[in-house]
Ligand binder design. Structure first.
Ligand code: GLN
Length: 486
């Protein structure tokens, strides 16, 4: 088991975003010292965990020095720099200028991003210190981080188990105290599922709430960027910084961003909470069920009105997701043609051979499988049977949620059917891996916000997460219920 970072353990003042930024502003410590402590924790633990693909020491220390200079002159204003000195990690699907940005793929080995993703710009403007790039499944395709083109990530809570995926490095970095917060991406559960496996908080806001500019696209109608943190409050604080309209992303919503921390702190009494029976059926591991039910009882005890709801098309969500996601991926990944960037095969005798061999050498097996599945689903003759039908089922899933949200303010479910599995346990059976996404893919298909919050441990000491889903742009209620469960 990896050693926890003494500076970021619960109960110590430097555990939370609030603790760190106020200590820096009060000059009880410095952003530089905090950054150094986290780099030592990485040096100590990351050999066995594998959460980082690259470190950005120089950039981190320059940013920390800027924060420290402001603090030294009494000019550090936490309202404009709410993340002052907070050490963060960024999933490797996000562009970071001048730093390696590979999306966990060998096809982008050695590629340095020419610009920063909007979320990265916003984090740094808020004073955050970017420590490095977090490991992930190749192009965010996977649920265990075993599809990384570089190295697997191990779950800090049990090194024989996977951290989940695809944002496995982002979840493990927070769980092992190597970063106070990280950014992940969620296309079909990739923030919430690893958060659940590693015992941390993972928040996916409404589709369009957070800019995707500078996110390497997997499936554009499903992709979201969001935080992984130690607490719901930290998640609210990071979301506050990254949310909001961005002129560089036409799909980002022009909807005012409320005060998430204020929303989160309101009492939950009187909120109507729906429990969908379809999420508590066959396949849900008994200990996970018991822990999630205990979290629901806690909400009831706090005055929530708990009632059953039905989401009748749930059984079609996984097949729908794996058609829409692979179709969009096959189109998005066409840009990796070895012409302007990325791996180029040597010695090809024609342009088509160059394309073919570069892609064959650069992409891993899961990415190839997805490109083939997606190309098939979009091909003439099969389009109506697969892609068009999947889009229609997506509408039915959206209607399920609309009807449910007419009766309740939020929906509570398990995040995953079972806790973290062993490394290697599902690598030979991609279908088993896909089926475990059953509770998370719906929110992406429908575009609603969702959070995973730890709700206890199994008898083996493995963390379990409870998922809270809310109405479009109602992150406030999701965070509020998350804080209540926490
Ligand atoms: N596990 C899902 C997949 O493999 C989710 C991935 C994601 O959300 N990026 O596609």
């Amino acid at each position: 088991m990896s050693q926890p970072n003494p500076t970021s353990q619960p109960g110590t003042s430097l555990f939370s975003i609030d603790g760190i930024r106020t200590a820096i502003a009060a000059r009880e410590t410095t952003a530089t010292a905090i950054a150094e402590q986290h780099f030592s924790q990485i040096a100590k633990s990351d050999g066995e965990v594998g959460a980082f693909l690259a470190l950005s020491r120089e950039r981190a220390l320059a940013q920390a020095a800027r924060v420290d200079a402001l603090a030294a002159h009494g000019d550090l204003d936490l309202t404009t720099m709410p993340l002052a000195g907070v050490p963060v990690g960024v999933k490797d699907v996000l562009m970071t200028k001048g730093l390696p940005t590979t999306a966990g793929s060998r096809i982008l080995e050695g590629f340095a991003a020419p610009y920063d993703a909007t979320v990265v710009t916003r984090l740094e403007a808020a004073g955050a210190v970017i420590l490095g790039k977090c490991n992930c499944d190749e192009f965010a395709m996977g649920s265990s981080n075993e599809n990384s083109g570089y190295k697997p990530v191990r779950n800090p809570r049990d090194l024989t188990r996977v951290p989940g995926g695809s944002s496995g490095g982002s979840a493990a970095a927070v769980a092992a105290g190597m970063a106070v917060a990280t950014l992940g991406s969620d296309t079909g559960g990739s923030i919430r599922q690893p958060a659940s496996f590693c015992g941390v908080v993972g928040m996916m806001a409404t589709y369009g709430r957070v800019s995707r500019y500078g996110l390497i696209a997997f499936a554009s109608s499903l992709d979201h960027v969001g935080p992984l943190t130690n607490s719901v409050k930290d998640a609210a604080q990071v979301l506050q910084v990254i949310a909001g309209r961005d002129a560089m992303d036409a799909t980002s919503a022009d909807v005012p961003v409320p005060d998430y921390v204020a929303d989160m702190q309101k009492p939950v009494r009187g909120l109507r909470v729906g429990i969908p029976k379809e999420y508590f059926g066959e396949g849900l591991e008994p200990e996970t069920r018991a822990l999630v039910e205990a979290a629901i009882e806690k909400l009831r005890a706090l005055g929530c009105q708990v009632q059953p709801v039905s989401l009748p098309h749930t059984e079609y969500a996984v097949p729908t997701y794996y058609i829409v996601a692979t179709a969009e991926a096959s189109s998005n990944l066409a840009r990796f043609d070895a012409v302007r960037y990325g791996h180029r095969a040597k010695g090809a005798k024609s342009l088509s051979e160059m394309y073919r061999r570069s892609r064959d050498e650069g992409f891993g097996p899961e990415v190839k499988r997805r490109i083939m599945l997606g190309t098939y689903a979009l091909s003439a003759g099969y389009y109506d049977a697969y892609y068009l039908k999947a889009q229609k089922v997506r509408t039915l899933l959206a209607r399920d949620f609309e009807l449910a949200f007419a009766e309740v303010d939020a929906i509570v479910t398990p995040t995953c059917p079972a806790p973290a599995f062993k490394l290697g346990e599902k690598t030979d059976d991609p279908l088993a891996m896909y089926l475990a996404d059953i509770y998370t893919v719906t929110a992406d298909l429908v575009g609603i916000p969702g959070i995973s919050v730890p709700c206890g441990e199994t008898s083996e000491g493995l963390p379990v997460g409870v998922q809270i889903l809310g109405k479009h742009f109602d992150e406030g209620t999701v965070l509020r219920l998350g804080a209540a469960v926490e």
